[in-house]
Design a protein. Structure first.
Length: 320
């Protein structure tokens, strides 16, 4: 079984060597390739990567793929997907690192559950939702409804593309890729991932070291506005691509995005945009007969709670 590690590189001179050294230290004995995607940064990240690779004498096949101009993280990952020759893909950020046993342990899960589309492991981080060791998750599931529901809950299964071992044939069959010119692309990628995953295995170990980088105060405000604008674009794409399977969970996923931003944004233009998307979502939901019937079949007390909650949200979002 061959694993393709995909690492986009952009202005990470301070961290890229540590990242690559962690890949070189992997104990997995199967075939591995590491695709480093040069996204045309302005520092010497690629020079450092080339030096580290030049001195490497191990079995991993390293390749540097050069973009002609800066295209963004999503495009870099898509380049890696297109060029990968492995049976499984493993995305990694170039300012992070992995423990030596990471890929060996994940590959062992595939030996145990060869039908799994994805193996998910946890991460060492200050964010608890990335710590899979603390979560009550099964070692394996092929319950599609449970898988889709759990992915869409956002913080049960880590909503990241990195630290997942994903079947390349699964990616190819469903033509999965990262939407370009967006940030928070992992949220959208996982929304579409949830549509198609038939089986998933969980490695109950934190194998990934996630580095939290703090933006400086001068840039923080501008970055937050770009972030919120992108999340609203993602919400609209999700609305346009809702399907009938686990409809309520998709609705809640999208509502979570809209609700969270409405109460943290202060610009009237942004709030107006959220109200437009909210109306679009309600219009879409009202046309789904199965969702309406499902709601009507709920126990009376739960239905009443849902109605009261939605009325409260309507009043807040629409300014009623």
């Amino acid at each position: 079984m061959k694993i393709s590690i995909i690492i986009p590189v952009y202005n990470v001179a301070q961290y890229v060597e540590e990242c690559l050294r962690s890949v070189m230290s992997q104990t997995y004995k199967g075939d591995m390739e590491c695709l480093i995607v040069d996204d045309c940064g302005t520092d010497d990240s690629i020079d450092i990567a080339e030096r580290v690779i030049r001195d490497y004498q191990g079995p991993i096949q390293f390749r540097i793929l050069h973009h002609s101009q800066n295209c963004g993280l999503s495009a870099a990952r898509n380049t890696g997907i297109h060029e990968a020759t492995g049976d499984y893909l493993y995305f990694m950020d170039s300012d992070d690192s992995i423990i030596p046993e990471c890929l060996e342990l994940m590959a062992d899960m595939l030996k145990k559950y060869p039908q799994a589309d994805i193996v998910q492991a946890g991460a060492l981080s200050e964010y608890d939702f990335l710590d899979i060791e603390k979560k009550d998750l099964p070692e394996y599931s092929d319950d599609r409804a449970w898988i889709k529901t759990t992915i869409l809950q956002r913080f049960v299964i880590p909503l990241t593309s990195w630290n997942k071992l994903i079947s390349k044939s699964f990616i190819d069959i469903y033509r999965l890729s990262f939407r370009e010119n967006l940030i928070h692309e992992d949220e959208l990628f996982n929304f579409f991932l949830a549509k198609h995953v038939r089986s998933i295995a969980f490695l109950k170990k934190n194998t990934y070291r996630y580095r939290v980088l703090r933006p400086n105060g001068i840039m923080q405000s501008a970055k937050e506005e770009i972030s919120d604008t992108n999340m609203l674009k993602i919400a609209e794409i999700c609305i346009d691509n809702m399907d009938d399977f686990c409809y309520e969970e998709q609705y809640q996923f999208i509502m979570g995005i809209l609700y969270e931003r409405y109460f943290t944004m202060f610009k009237p233009k942004m709030k107006k945009r959220i109200r437009v998307l909210f109306r679009k979502l309600q219009k879409k939901v009202s046309r789904n007969r199965s969702f309406v019937l499902l709601t009507l079949q709920l126990p009376y007390t739960r239905l009443l709670n849902i109605i009261e909650h939605r009325l409260w949200i309507y009043k807040k979002l629409l300014g009623v």
